[in-house]
Design a protein around this ligand. Structure first.
Ligand code: NAD
Length: 506
């Protein structure tokens, strides 16, 4: 059976950063693997006046790293066309329609269309409205819309945006990208849980003490200061990526692994995360902003000194919080999350911390207290990036006389070779969209509930002036993020800063 997918891509924002860094290389990988062959075409559109040839040269440049042959370059880029277009100008849609019809005929595209909005969300409404009014949406092929985050800036704006899009596209035609959901190991969370009885049978409040999700970035805002200063870590990371990861950890096993059932379970999971009162939000969520710092001989400036950031900015570059899940399975198990910029080390990982054994049979017989608090916990670590794999911490006996417990780490990381061959997140997601599979995209009810959870925290924070900056660049965030766990008798399992400190690098 042929894997070939048939479609016309129209990329709005075709000259932009996302298109050049992610979309063109991903399309090329799909081309190389035979998912795209003869029957595809790409229209790049943006305001600049480019020729087809100039556009093809740009596309060629974006895939150089993949070391294409001359023939591959020529074949692939010959499917690319450019149309200058201001999305707010109705007349311009006519040109798009003419070109789309022509390409449809030339490449036999069966009227299948994918509209990729690689543009700021304030343009989504005007684009979708015109796609309909100017009849660029076809009658008898598929029509799918791919949109990028941010999806709104709060519940209200997200709902407004959604209504605009839904006036034209049905929910199952809308593919909201959260590129985290395209990552191999994120999808692997379900494999680990539902494919292993040793985990799934322990996946509840009887055996799990707490779960920790860390999305740590070692860079600052770089050139995104203008955007980031209006957004902050809560909206940029927690509302989407982190809550999506948490929903995969919290959800009940679906009856069958399909888009519909997974989505239903994820929505139920998000609905069972407690929407805090503002008072609870203040207690359970903390924020931070990086000041200057040093790590490994390098010096870093403070967030407030970054380009396009307000000198007195109160935007958080770090968030840590405790989520409470109000259902039978998770009652009493805190989910701790943290994310931040300019932290010690880049990495995304999940730590599932299991409860200790009921008693410590190895205790000194003269001691009456027999709880097992001093036996190291079993921990399942799921590494998501930059390395991908698992680690399971088990207890064994230390070699030698006496009977001392020694934690043993069973570690599995995917090999560099298998990672090189694994599809990049955008490549996977674009292929999913071509195949009409929305499993790894965010649905409206998930977006809506995520905003409800996050909005309260934002409102509560906005009523107080934070004492920023409150953590030096190169550390793992402000003290309050550590207090959040120690207050409950826990600690963060992953602490790269300790390693750096011990080695005199921090
Ligand atoms: P960008 O500024 O590099 O590109 C924006 C594009 O829109 C350009 O091609 C520009 O010419 C075009 N454009 C702007 N106004 C226009 C108009 N009136 N008519 C026609 N074209 C117009 O932005 P980007 O970094 O590529 O991001 C695009 C979207 O993707 C944004 O919503 C961003 O938040 C999101 N996003 C980007 C990344 C990334 O890695 N760059 C990651 C996640 C999400």
């Amino acid at each position: 059976m042929s894997n070939e997918q048939i479609a016309l891509f129209t990329i709005f924002g075709g000259t932009g950063d996302l298109a050049q860094r992610k979309l063109y290389p991903s399309l090329f990988r799909l081309f190389r693997k035979g998912f795209l062959k003869e029957r595809f075409a790409v229209i790049g559109t943006a305001r600049r006046e480019w020729s087809h040839e100039y556009y093809r040269d740009i596309v060629r440049g974006t895939i150089q790293e993949l070391e294409p042959t001359e023939k591959e370059l020529a074949d692939f880029t010959s499917h690319f066309y450019y149309q200058a277009h201001n999305v707010t100008d109705t007349e311009h849609y006519h040109n798009l329609k003419v070109l789309a019809t022509e390409l449809d005929r030339k490449y036999q595209l069966d009227n299948n269309r994918i509209f990729y909005l690689a543009m700021a969300p304030n343009f989504f409404g005007v684009i979708t409205e015109h796609l309909k009014s100017e009849q660029i949406i076809t009658e008898n092929g598929f029509n799918r819309l791919i949109i990028e985050k941010p999806f709104g800036t709060d519940y209200q704006s997200a709902e407004k945006l959604n209504n605009e899009i839904r006036a034209v596209f049905e929910e199952d035609q809308i593919f909201r990208i959260d590129h985290y959901l395209g990552k191999e190991m994120i999808q692997n969370i379900s494999a680990v849980r539902f494919g292993n009885n040793i985990f799934e049978s322990l996946w509840n409040n009887k055996y799990i003490d707490n779960i920790q999700v860390t999305l740590s970035e070692s860079l600052g805002v770089e050139e995104r200061g203008g955007y980031y200063d209006k957004s902050g870590a809560l909206k940029d990371m927690v509302q989407n990526h982190i809550l999506q990861v948490v929903s995969l950890l919290v959800m009940e096993p679906p009856a069958i692994f399909s888009e519909k059932t997974i989505r239903e379970e994820k929505v139920k999971a998000l609905n069972s995360i407690r929407v805090y009162s503002e008072k609870e939000a203040m207690k359970n969520f903390v924020r931070g902003q990086y000041g200057p710092g040093q790590l490994d001989g390098k010096s870093f400036i403070s967030y407030r000194d970054e380009t396009n950031v307000e000198p007195e900015s109160q935007t958080e570059t770090f968030v840590a919080g405790k989520l409470v899940v109000d259902n039978f399975r998770w009652r009493g198990v805190p989910f701790y999350i943290r994310t931040g910029k300019q932290l010690t080390e880049k990495g995304t990982r999940i730590n599932v911390v299991f409860k200790p054994t009921p008693i410590n049979v190895f205790r000194d017989p003269s001691e009456n207290a027999c709880d097992a608090e001093d036996i190291p916990r079993n921990i399942l670590t799921i590494y998501i990036q930059p390395t991908e794999g698992f680690q399971l911490t088990l207890n064994g006996k230390e070699i030698g006389s006496g009977f001392n417990i020694d934690p043993i780490k069973l570690d599995y990381r995917h090999s560099a070779e298998s990672l090189d061959n694994s599809p990049e997140a955008y490549e996977k997601l674009i292929l999913d969209c071509l195949q009409g599979d929305g499993t790894n995209f965010t649905h409206w009810d998930e977006v809506a509930q995520s905003w409800r959870i996050v909005d309260v925290i934002r409102h509560a924070w906005d009523k107080e002036t934070p004492d920023f900056p409150n953590y030096p660049s190169g550390t793992m965030g402000p003290q309050c993020a550590f207090d959040l766990l120690s207050r409950d008798g826990f600690e963060w399992i992953w602490h790269p800063d300790e390693w750096y400190r011990e080695h005199g690098k921090l």
